[in-house]
Design a protein around this ligand. Structure first.
Ligand code: BG6
Ligand code: MG
Length: 219
């Protein structure tokens, strides 16, 4: 009996997963470390520092913590320069009308993202206007697959986790949603594909699944 839908950000509400890839790739190229899209898929949903460990996975060099902090800062500065030109027109087709429809039907909507850049992205794209609560990398200490960020989002909404569905493109996100006791919706064609209780390819399919708040979902 779902009353709220909680969304991941990067790779679900907006295609910033591609910008994360470009920013990590630029760092990897500068360091002379091979880095490809398959490795980038493993960075989905996990924290910036954990992602760096994946980026450096094929490096023969052992870096100090201070060097690693400088690398994440370099990547983030490059990533944020890409975010600076984001506008509402960068939100993938179908996302805003679907969010508006789900809200009109009475579902509460929230964000649960590992990203510390979520406030900037929500503000630049106008996505923030559709959300009743936001939980992001600035308000949690443990990253997905830990359920913390989804539980914080549900708490901010004042809705029990068992009455929430969570939509994520990352395997870590689907696992986090399940660990939170939520209905896990795997989204997109990357790592979450096939891992959820429900799996969707197109964002607009959410409107076919979630028709009336508090009533069984149509799987
Ligand atoms: C997640 C992304 O949403 O946020 C990860 O899927 C990323 O790839 C993580 O590492 C942290 O993002 P940021 O913007 O704080 O570096
Ligand atoms: Mg994601």
């Amino acid at each position: 009996m779902i009353k709220a839908i909680i969304f991941d950000l990067d790779g679900v509400l907006i295609s910033t997963d591609e910008l994360h890839y470009r920013a990590w790739k630029a760092l990897a190229d500068r360091l002379g470390v091979p880095f490809d899209r398959a490795q980038n898929d493993r960075c989905r949903g996990i924290s910036r520092m954990d992602s760096l460990e994946i980026v450096l996975g094929r490096s023969p060099v052992k870096y100090t913590l201070r060097e690693k902090e400088a690398f994440t800062a370099e990547k983030n500065e490059n990533y944020r320069s890409m975010l600076a030109s984001l506008t509402e027109s960068d939100v993938p087709e179908g996302v805003l009308p679907t969010l508006a429809l789900l809200k009109k039907r009475g579902y509460s909507l929230a964000l649960a993202s590992a990203s510390k850049n979520a406030p900037l992205i929500l503000e630049r794209t106008g996505l923030g206007a559709y959300l009743d609560a936001v939980a992001d990398g600035n308000c949690v200490t443990r990253s997905k697959p830990d359920p913390e960020v989804f539980l914080v989002a549900a708490e901010k909404l004042g809705i029990a986790p068992g009455e929430c569905a969570a939509v994520d493109d990352a395997l870590a996100g689907v696992e986090a949603a399940r660990a939170a006791g939520m209905l896990a919706v795997g989204y997109g064609d990357s790592t979450a594909s096939g891992a959820g209780d429900i799996n969707l390819e197109r964002f607009s399919q959410l409107a076919e699944v979630f028709t009336v708040p508090g009533e069984p979902v149509k799987s």
